[in-house]
Design a protein around this ligand. Structure first.
Ligand code: FES
Ligand SMILES: [Fe+2]
Length: 353
């Protein structure tokens, strides 16, 4: 099993929501154990710096935004957006090594993506499609949680929805029938696809605050988890026997979830999410009730996973027991492990989303 302090480097990580980085504000955020600082040049272009001055290691996020760039507020070196130092107080000569490391960064559909590996391999076509985050045909509310847990424990949770029946019994989940389903699991190029249908059951508790039908529903969760930890999920419910499994989405409640788990350190993680709906677009109460339901559910996940992490920390010898329900997460862990091993053999060859 991959050590929890090993991370994939050649991949795009979600680092922030775009609006977390204002025109003159810095965002200091660590990704895979590397302190980063995000800021905008005049004109709005986003820059990702290592948050460490090349002089004596002071955080540049404690610096000052000046017209030409960022001034370190320890001894006053000034850096432009390329990372190059353009001024050193008390000397004219600026050595070539006087620069801070920069990282490829892309803003797309309200998410800021950063490439932590070899910049030569930062292929933007590897960024998953998350247009649901700002498509006018969908509505949702951006969310963020900070986790005191390793990112793979969160990925485990996303790859096994049998927990909906227990962790989210009164919110996102519902009957224990949900845990009895055997989902269809397939490997994709850079991750795992999970398809789960629950036919003819009561609507989930949260759904009753959003849309009502007289009887039972057919319910689906069809999603991809793409390395390093991006979930893209088509989900919804439709009146029973209305043909949803055959593709009829009339009179359904349809959602699209975009979620990203980004390791901060080996024991802490960032979690970005938005659950969007494409019906009742002009009813803000639907968007608000969905936001509240998702937050309640995700807090239940966080409470369970952080408690799990605390127990795991007490005994590093503990080995988890693999069960059938762990198939998807076991496959995902193997894929991550292989990608990390490939990168360590040939540091710039392998790449993931
Ligand atoms: S640590 Fe930044 S100028 Fe000295
Ligand atoms: Fe959950």
């Amino acid at each position: 099993m991959t050590g929890i302090s090993a991370f994939i480097k050649n991949c795009w990580y979600v680092a922030a929501w775009s609006d977390e980085i204002g025109a003159s504000a810095f965002l200091a955020r660590s990704i895979i154990g590397m302190p980063l600082m995000f800021w905008r040049e005049d004109g709005g272009r986003l820059v990702a710096f290592e948050d460490r001055c090349c002089h004596r290691g002071a955080p540049l996020s404690l610096g000052r935004r000046e017209p030409a760039g960022i001034r370190c507020m320890y001894h006053g070196m000034l850096f432009e957006g390329s990372g190059k130092c353009i001024e050193i107080p008390s000397q004219e000569f600026i050595p070539e090594a006087a620069r801070v490391r920069t990282f490829p960064v892309v803003e797309r559909h309200k998410w800021v993506w950063v490439w932590m590996g070899d910049p030569a391999h930062a292929d933007q076509s590897l960024i998953p499609d998350t247009h649901y985050l700002d498509d006018p045909g969908w509505r949702g509310t951006p969310g963020y949680m900070h986790y005191r847990a390793n990112y793979l424990l969160i990925a485990d949770n996303l790859l096994d929805f049998s927990h909906l029946a227990y962790v989210h019994e009164k919110t996102l989940g519902g009957s224990s029938k949900y845990a009895q389903i055997r989902p269809k699991i397939t490997r994709t190029a850079r991750g795992i696809r999970v398809e789960r249908w629950l036919l003819d059951d009561e609507p989930a508790p949260f759904l009753k605050t959003i849309k009502t039908w007289p009887g039972n529903v057919d319910r689906w969760n069809i999603y991809d988890v793409v390395m390093p930890g991006v979930l893209l999920m088509d989900s919804g419910s439709a009146p029973v026997n209305s043909g949803a499994p055959q593709g009829n989405r009339q009179d359904c409640a349809e959602f699209f979830g975009c979620q990203a788990i980004t390791p901060e350190t080996a024991t802490t993680s960032h979690y970005f999410f938005q659950q969007s709906h494409n019906f009742a677009l002009h009813d803000p109460q639907v968007t608000e009730n969905l936001r509240l339901a998702v937050l309640a559910g995700f807090q239940e996940d966080k409470d369970m996973i952080e408690a799990q992490q605390r127990v795991l920390d007490m005994d590093p010898q503990f080995r988890m027991l693999g069960l059938r329900m762990d198939t998807a997460l076991g496959n995902f862990r193997l894929l991550v492990e292989k990608t990390i091993a490939d990168e360590q053999r040939a540091p710039s060859a392998a790449s993931a989303a």
